[in-house]
Design a protein around this ligand. Structure first.
Ligand code: COS
Length: 385
């Protein structure tokens, strides 16, 4: 993977070292690993990422992590690199961060101590349970509830599209604790161990680029009162603040995949001959390659701007992260499609890297806030200021 963009002013020496290490680790550990059994593959990847030290970037230093606070640029660099090599490895890394992100942001010392070091070592698999059958984009329509019963909370309802559902050890679950409240109000967050009585995997969900995914039911699921995460009623804002960090990293994963498709297409175009010249000599192919590399750089610039804003300016970067997520996922889809086109028939043949990427990129335009939601977020922020 070329790392030319590390010369951009967003990064410091530690980022440059991390990107080199992540790339070397990926080359050494991700070649030819089987994905037939995604559960087994993901479990193995989480362990390997933990042993390789990469998951330290998902948690703060005090709890076994790399830096005092989560660094968005580091998360983006690791995701970009892993996604370039293996989208399932990127998924395994991202879910450790997203699933534990709310604990890092709002957990008590005890909660952090109990969970985060295990996340960093790859010993505890994490999930983020926000979406419901009737509440995906509209988080405020959430119905899953939690009521206090003495020393416990009792969760009732369903969550769906839960990544790592079925293999997670701990779920960060958002549920309505104030039945009288509507919309974004009256929602709270909880850490729920997978073996909590009443937590049930209701359905495993198969998608075009498989990864562990499930609908999870809470049948009067009892958890100790101490598992409440952050303030009661502040769960919606906690979910949004977590997404603010990880949406930029989805963008990084998207252009990591696009970079790989571009690298594959460029080397193919240089070798393939037609009409007495190489494909790269044909102006129509050149136009495609020019559009592809420009789209990748534009996406990367927006993404690292968002990450830098949060890390260095230390302010909320909701609008910047939404711009990055929207632009990078949409343009990566186009770049990968162009790569498939340049490959011709080979591009749609099972087993080709660009064919795999074509399937893998699609969900990124939907999860962690579909493109249409990012437009809403950008416009609201714009109109508020
Ligand atoms: N950080 C902190 N607080 C935030 C915030 C953020 N990024 N975004 C919103 N808030 C606050 C608002 O300031 C508002 O606070 P007050 O009530 O104190 O004014 C409150 O949260 C409610 O915000 P808003 O009115 O914008 O909520 P809506 O219900 O209209 O929802 C959208 C807004 C659509 C943007 C939100 O539901 C969303 O992001 N949906 C997509 C969710 C998603 O990504 N789903 C995928 C599941 S994760 S794989």
């Amino acid at each position: 993977m070329t790392l030319d963009h590390l010369d951009w002013p967003f990064f410091d020496a530690a980022h440059r070292a991390l990107a080199g290490e992540a790339d070397a680790w990926a080359r050494a550990n991700l070649q030819g690993i089987a994905h037939d059994d995604v559960d087994a593959a993901c479990r193995g990847l989480v362990r390997a990422l933990g042993q390789g030290g990469l998951l330290r970037w998902c948690v703060p230093a005090e709890f076994g992590g790399a830096l005092p606070r989560l660094d968005s640029r580091a998360l983006c660099l690791v995701r970009e690199t892993l996604a370039y090599h293996d989208a399932l490895a990127d998924f395994a890394f991202a879910m450790q961060g997203l699933g534990s992100g709310a604990i890092t942001l709002a957990g008590t010392r005890e909660q952090k101590q109990a969970i985060l070091p295990r996340v960093a070592r790859g010993e505890s698999i994490m999930a983020f349970a926000l979406s419901e059958p009737q509440a995906g984009s509209d988080v405020g329509a959430m119905r899953c509830s939690a009521r206090r019963d003495g020393a416990h909370w009792v969760l009732a309802g369903e969550k769906t599209w839960i990544s790592n559902g079925g293999i997670a050890d701990v779920y960060t679950v958002f549920a309505r604790t104030d039945p009288a409240a509507t919309g974004a109000r009256g929602i709270s967050a909880f850490t729920v161990p997978a073996d909590a009585p009443g937590l049930r995997i209701a359905e495993r969900i198969d998608v075009i680029a498989p990864h562990p995914l499930a609908r999870v039911a809470f049948d009067d699921c009892r958890i100790p009162a101490a598992h409440l995460l952050g303030e009661e009623g502040a769960g919606f804002k906690l979910a949004m603040a977590t997404l603010d960090i990880f949406r930029a990293s989805v963008a990084a994963a998207a252009f990591g995949m696009a970079r790989r498709a571009f690298a594959e297409a460029l080397s193919f175009a240089r070798e393939r001959t037609m009409f007495g010249a190489t494909l790269a000599d044909q102006q129509m192919a050149q136009a495609k390659l020019a559009d592809m590399t420009t789209a990748i750089d534009a996406a990367a610039l927006l993404t690292y701007r968002a990450a830098w804003t949060r890390d260095v300016q230390q302010r909320r970067a909701t609008r910047e992260a939404a711009m990055a997520k929207m632009t990078a996922t949409e343009s990566a889809q186009q770049v990968i499609d162009a790569a498939v086109q340049l490959f011709g028939g080979r591009g749609v043949r099972r087993g080709e890297i660009v064919e795999r990427l074509y399937r893998e990129i699609r969900a990124l335009r939907i999860y962690e806030g579909a493109t249409e939601v990012q437009k809403l977020v950008i416009a609201r922020d714009l109109l508020r200021s």
